[in-house]
Ligand binder design. Structure first.
Ligand code: PMV
Length: 312
């Protein structure tokens, strides 16, 4: 057990291509977003006090023994202790995050990743990204039902990834860096609920939905080739195509569609919703010279928050 405080951070993320279809075995592409992050700090506490969890942003403080039922932080700590086969330490674990919640930016996965990594390091058993990702996936399953695993993977590896459910993760080489604007609708995107609705719709019309998933998978594969060969111009139309397919899946909203259209009209190379949809974020691919004017247009269209990031 470490005698000095230990800290771990994990970034946010956005999905560039392939959300929803990735749940059904299609490929998807995601990148970490380091401008926002979750941080976990853990330090020793007096003997016999057990593990105290403090979620400072949420004003919550409880011991593991008296955690609210189904609390995600307590579940994450418990999964980690069970995995490491180490008894509960006497310590205080504090979580902070600047990642907007339920916005498709991987807040839950990042908080869990920071927590498992800090706790494991504190206990003298630091985790490799693969192990951290697998633990966080266990937690994601408790809260989201059938997660594909893309969120925990991109957040734990902190690198652009090409992801196929159940296959080893593949790092993506970004031959030519490109700029994204991420605009938040300010409306929540309840991932589990939306994924559940898509599942029920697919049960009613399997051929139609599987055809849409196949098309989304093809777009993600083309995007991979474009990213790896540095053909940034090709990415814009592929984002547009992916957004149309997500509309057909029924996971967009009029506000998301407005922001996507606004970005395109203001000069973006392409735009789409990102994540589970309904609310949450959209992303726009921009040339650096046009970034300010697209950002201004998105603000005028009532985007609740904007992040500009370079993918490399
Ligand atoms: O957590 P979000 O909102 O980025 O959504 C995750 C992406 C989905 O494909 C919709 C679900 C999944 O588990 O991959």
């Amino acid at each position: 057990m470490s005698s000095v405080p230990v800290r771990s951070s994990a970034p946010g993320k956005v999905i560039l291509f392939g959300e929803h279809a990735v749940v059904y075995g299609q490929p998807a592409i995601a990148v970490p977003i380091t401008q926002v992050k979750a941080t976990a700090t853990i330090e020793s506490a007096p003997g016999g006090s057990g593990l105290t969890i403090v979620a400072s942003d949420l004003d919550e403080r409880f011991t593991l023994a008296k955690a609210p039922q189904n609390d995600p932080l307590a579940a994450t700590a418990q999964v980690t202790l069970t995995h490491l086969a180490i008894p509960e330490p006497d310590a205080i674990l504090t979580i902070q995050s600047t990642i907007p919640i339920a916005s498709g930016m991987g807040s839950g996965a990042a908080v869990s990743t920071a927590l498992v990594c800090a706790l494991a390091k504190f206990l003298g058993q630091p985790l490799e990204p693969k192990e951290a990702s697998e633990l966080v996936y266990e937690v994601e399953k408790i809260h989201h039902g059938t997660p594909s695993g893309i969120d925990n993977t991109v957040v734990a590896y902190e690198k652009p990834i090409y992801f196929v459910r159940g296959k080893p993760v593949e790092r993506l080489t970004v031959s030519k860096p490109f700029t994204l604007l991420i605009a938040d609708t300010g409306n929540p995107s309840p991932t589990g609920k939306i994924v559940g609705r898509v599942r029920r719709n697919r049960e009613r019309e399997p051929a139609h939905y599987d055809a849409l998933f196949d098309q989304i998978g093809d777009v993600a594969d083309e995007a991979r080739r474009a990213i790896e060969s540095g053909d940034v111009e090709a990415l814009g139309p592929l984002m547009d195509e992916n957004h149309e397919l997500l509309i057909e899946l029924g996971v967009s909203s009029s506000f998301l569609d407005d922001l996507v259209e606004t970005a395109r009209l203001a000069g973006a190379l392409g735009a789409k919703l990102s994540g589970a949809g309904q609310g949450g974020n959209m992303i726009a691919l921009v040339e650096d010279d046009f970034a300010d004017q697209v950002a201004e247009a998105l603000r005028d269209a009532d985007a609740a928050r904007l992040i500009q990031t370079k993918v490399s």
